[in-house]
Design a protein around this ligand. Structure first.
Ligand code: ZN
Length: 169
């Protein structure tokens, strides 16, 4: 195993529910965190990861749906269009998937790791992942989109997971 220094937080940890703080200026520390987040995302075979998921309450996300890596700081959705519904998973909710209704297309403003402003136009899966990760920065998770019964099912699954100490996430 490569040493991923950052451990992925699982639902139940307070940091996942906190509003992440904006980053005033991207420094070497942030760049280092972004690169560790990237490693953690790839190690978990995820397509996106938000800083709160590794215990950092900062507005930073990494996304790679197989079309290149994006490291985004202070990402904000400026426009949404259309609807898509996908079954989504989350590295902070292992073994769980929830059907989530989101915009089909989004426009996102952010800074890159060199403090440059960038605008991204995304659709389909890319748009879905961006919305999922930006939700994390607001303390929102896919379980919040589940029905009452869906939530119960997720909680039961996670309780079982906690009991089996074998989960090395
Ligand atoms: Zn997630």
């Amino acid at each position: 195993m490569t040493e991923t220094k950052l451990k992925i937080k699982i639902l139940g940890e307070a940091v996942l529910r906190k509003k992440a703080k904006p980053v005033r200026e991207v420094t070497d520390e942030h760049r280092q965190a972004l690169s560790q987040m990237t490693k953690a995302m790839y190690a978990g075979s995820g397509v996106g990861l938000a800083a709160p998921q590794v215990g950092l309450s900062l507005q930073m996300i990494v996304v790679d749906i197989g079309e290149g890596l994006y490291k985004l700081v202070n990402p904000k959705i400026t426009k949404k269009q259309g609807i898509q519904v996908n079954s989504e998973g989350c590295l902070s909710l292992p073994g769980v998937s929830v059907k989530v209704r989101r915009a089909k297309q989004v426009w996102v403003m952010a800074q890159d790791e060199s403090n440059r402003s960038i605008e991204i136009q995304a659709k389909d899966l890319f748009a879905c992942v961006l919305q999922h990760e930006i939700d994390h920065l607001k303390g929102k998770m896919i379980i919040d989109y589940a029905s009452f019964l869906g939530k119960l099912r997720v909680k039961r699954k996670l309780a079982v997971l906690k009991k089996s100490k074998s989960s090395k996430l």
